[in-house]
Design a protein around this ligand. Structure first.
Ligand code: DAH
Length: 354
């Protein structure tokens, strides 16, 4: 038989059990700790379970009191455990992508870089500055006089008829090349002149892998007494080898430009097949079409008519000039197959040059 006072003690121990169980449930920080607490109090041999089992052995009065308290404690703890389990699972869901799944990609800072075209333009500028050239720029919106007339391209000349010029209100146009900057500089400055003019140019061409309605050119002008074609050849050969590599061959092919005489197109030996020395597996080199040569720019000796337009005496001064497409130079150097990539801002393209 139980000693007197047992009823009070049992009731008290139910209350204490309930409190310590509640504390342990609340402080569980993992599902495992929570389960341990559940087993400890509510498991088959749990502390509260034992009390519930013992109720049958109590006297009638005690049974009512203790039974009620113990059953209420069981209900409370069961719902405490359910709530705690829910919040642990929620915490796990919140935390896991950042803290627990080590297979997810990192969240490092994304670092930008200069556009490949800016880098090539800067490289070109630095090469010519190192050779003693200075840099100037002119307006993108030009008049027909500077873009055509003063460059010895008279009205009726095919270069003005082809419909490849964007015209702007007021008889103006978007320059189709950087050559008008030659005129603007010579109008303002007496010789000698040794300068480069980088800038954007515009042509009404349908976009395709080698055409874009806007692209960039690097213009060069050197005027002084006694400047010869030999100076042009030396400068361009030096430039080509520095830009494309020392093994590159250079040739001058007779050509026609209205603003130079004589004129030439300048070619380098093909980068893909080493000027035809290496036979590609496909038979014909896709870069040069099997010729072994790639055109890089147009050049020549400044035409006397151009000098007369700017008030220079062609009997006293001679000069050379050339104009190169910056996208074209970059495409050849880096094996870029489509000029439109430069303007599309596709990171898959840009990041290759980061
Ligand atoms: N302006 C020419 C073009 O856009 C390129 C050019 C050729 C520029 C010969 C020159 C030059 O200064 O001498 O096609």
């Amino acid at each position: 038989m139980r000693p007197p006072g047992d009823k009070v003690d049992t009731e008290k121990s139910v209350r204490e059990l309930r409190e310590s169980a509640a504390r342990e449930i609340e402080s569980a920080s993992t599902a495992r700790e929570l389960e341990e607490a559940r087993v400890k109090y509510l498991g088959r041999k749990g502390l509260l379970t034992s009390i519930l089992r013992g109720i049958a052995n109590l006297g009638e009065a005690e049974r009512a009191v203790v039974g009620k308290a113990a059953n209420r404690a069981k209900e409370e703890l069961t719902s405490l455990i359910a709530g705690k389990r829910e919040s642990l699972e929620q915490g796990l869901r919140d935390a896991s992508p950042r803290q627990l799944d080590v297979t997810l990609p990192g969240t490092g800072d994304w670092v930008g870089s200069r556009h490949i075209l800016s880098r090539v333009a800067r490289e070109l500028r630095e090469m010519f500055v190192a050779m003693g050239f200075s840099v100037a720029t002119g307006p993108d919106v030009e008049d027909a006089y500077h873009n055509f007339e003063a460059l010895n391209i008279p009205e009726g000349h095919p270069a003005r008829e082809q419909g490849d010029t964007f015209f702007v209100k007021g008889g103006l146009l978007l320059r189709t090349h950087t050559s008008p900057v030659q005129i603007r500089v010579m109008e303002e400055t007496p010789p000698p002149i040794r300068m480069i003019f980088p800038g954007r140019v515009y042509r009404n061409d349908a976009p395709d892998p080698t055409h874009s309605p806007e692209f960039h050119q690097l213009e060069c002008l050197y005027v002084d007494r006694g400047v010869t074609f030999q100076d042009l050849k030396g400068t361009l050969a030096h430039f080509a080898r520095r830009f494309f590599g020392s093994r590159i061959g250079v040739r001058f092919r007779p050509f026609y430009f209205p603003f130079t005489e004589p004129s030439a197109e300048v070619d380098i030996t093909c980068i893909a097949c080493s000027g035809g020395r290496e036979k590609p597996a496909s038979g014909t080199c896709r870069m040069c079409g099997g010729t072994g040569w790639l055109e890089i720019l147009g050049a020549g000796m400044v035409h006397p008519a151009v000098f007369r337009h700017v008030g220079y005496d062609p009997e006293q001064f001679t000069g050379y000039a050339f104009g190169a497409g910056i996208e074209r130079l970059a495409m050849l150097k880096y094996g870029i197959t489509d000029i439109r990539f430069f303007l599309e801002n596709d990171l898959r393209f840009l990041e290759q040059f980061a």
